[in-house]
Design a protein around this ligand. Structure first.
Ligand SMILES: [Zn+2]
Length: 474
């Protein structure tokens, strides 16, 4: 590599020359990718010299390139093992840092003599996106959770931090995975932990309680709700994320092809809890401490209480009524919240786009939204399907009638071709006369129509106009 011009253009051409389809050099190459990202964020011009700090990084990286010659990779996954294998499995590790994230696969095989070996299959690495909260972020957060299991000896840690070529060549962890992978599964780190929603929410609670003193620092949720326009989709995605996190942590994995109803319900429960903690954390804390709600609280008049499922519900006055639990003690939901909007849309669609009152009644079977009528009205006003059905037809002014239709004249003086008429038959009853279409007209000497060629169901006939009658439509 010549060092005459160390510009962005040059570095990009170096990156383009690296051919590493299975990510063998992941931890080394990621350092260069991060450097390139810095170049873009700093807005360095294509052919300008690099800023001193980045130039130093670049020089360090290029001086390490020679170390790559020390790396030798066996072509065969099984190395020099030539015995029958009793089991083969693939293990995945992932990790993320502020600057990069990645994942690695290892092949773990057990020979007939119970000898366990591991070998590197492939790795993928990416620099962390500059914009926070993109869809990869979602997967990344989930992947991060899975990686927390093996924090100390996670090979993916190398990708997220990067390393030099020489260190990579000697790194056992990178080439063969963590040492415990070569032991029997009972010696693996303990992975029995339960799913996170309670965890997430309690973290949320702690955070919110400190917010009164501190300044704003938004805690990002696992799934960005603003990217969804349908509750069904949101719940499905949330359920998949939970499934993924569960599978990454627990040995008995769910390999079901579909999301089950229970999982959807779990996802909905998670969101209800999440939204309540976000908007009513002060109330929840007060209720947990068995204290009186503050007068300024928006929901004080509803006399809320914490149900068995830790959701804020209305006490209400219908305790003796013959209603289901949800109707007696609906869950309180804030009005200005994306989740509530999606919920209203779902209920509105569920009852076939009924009006405001019907939608509100349907909602109140399970949820209570303070000043909910207003929200339902707004949602229905922008509902496209309702708009289409409620649209009034445009008022069209009719045009002027043609002269022929408004001047008096003997019958059949003005006749159109394809004009449908009744043809008088042998019977007296008009109802039994046949219908016909005028195909041709014959004009007499006095310039009046005398006879017509009429097509009926039985064929073409020439008939005098005395036998033809206009259809009595009115
Ligand atoms: Zn509608």
């Amino acid at each position: 590599m010549s060092r005459k011009t160390e510009s962005k253009r040059f570095i990009l051409s170096v990156v383009g020359r690296i051919f590493d389809p299975i990510g063998i050099l992941g931890p080394f190459v990621i350092k260069l990718k991060c450097l390139l990202q810095d170049l873009w964020t700093l807005g360095v011009d294509w052919d300008y010299e690099l800023p001193p700090k980045l130039r130093h990084k670049w020089q360090q990286w290029s001086s390490e390139v020679e170390g790559l010659t020390e790396i030798k990779i066996p072509r065969f996954y099984l190395g020099d093992v030539d015995q029958e294998l009793s089991s083969v499995d693939i293990h995945c590790f992932s990790d993320a840092s502020k600057s990069a994230y990645g994942t690695i696969l290892y092949l773990r095989f057990v020979t007939c003599n119970n000898k366990i070996e591991t070998s590197f299959i492939c790795s993928k690495s990416r620099v962390a996106p500059l914009k926070s909260l993109t869809l990869p972020r979602l997967e990344l957060t989930a992947a991060l959770l899975s990686a927390r299991l093996a924090k100390q000896d996670n090979p993916a840690d190398l990708i997220s931090r990067g390393t030099s070529a020489v260190k990579l060549a000697q790194n056992e962890l990178w080439w063969h995975g963590p040492p415990w992978l070569k032991l029997a599964p009972d010696h693996w780190p303990n992975r029995q932990r339960d799913i996170l929603d309670s965890e997430l929410c309690s973290e949320e609670l702690e955070y919110r309680s400190s917010v009164h003193v501190a300044v704003t620092q938004q805690r990002e949720s696992l799934v960005d709700i603003n990217r969804f326009s349908s509750l069904k989709k949101l719940l499905k995605v949330t359920a998949w994320v939970f499934r993924f996190v569960n599978n990454a942590r627990i040995v008995n994995k769910s390999m079901n092809f579909y999301i089950t109803a229970d999982e959807i319900q779990n996802a909905e429960y998670f969101w209800l809890k999440y939204v309540q903690y976000e908007f009513y954390s002060a109330e929840i804390l007060t209720l947990k401490r068995n204290e009186q709600l503050r007068c300024s609280s928006e929901i004080k008049s509803l006399v809320p209480y914490l149900g068995e499922d830790n959701l804020l519900r209305i006490t209400g006055r219908l305790l003796e009524a013959d209603l289901c639990f949800g109707e007696k003690h609906p869950v309180i939901l804030p009005r200005h919240c994306k989740f509530t909007e999606l919920l209203v849309i779902r209920e509105h669609e569920r009852i076939g786009h009924c009006g405001v009152s019907a939608t509100l009644t349907q909602l109140r079977k399970n949820y209570w939204i303070p000043k909910g009528r207003q929200l339902v009205k707004t949602i229905i006003r922008i509902c496209l399907i309702c708009k289409k059905y409620n649209a009034k037809p445009a008022d069209q002014l009719s045009g002027q009638l043609p002269r022929d239709r408004i001047t008096q004249s003997p019958p059949f003086q003005i006749v159109g071709i394809d004009f449908t008429v009744l043809v008088e038959g042998n019977v007296k009853l008009k109802l039994l006369w046949e219908l016909g279409i005028i195909k041709e007209i014959f004009i007499g000497r006095d310039n009046n129509v005398r006879s017509c060629l009429v097509k009926t169901s039985k064929g073409l006939f020439k008939k005098p106009i005395q036998l033809l009658y206009p259809l009595e439509l009115e």
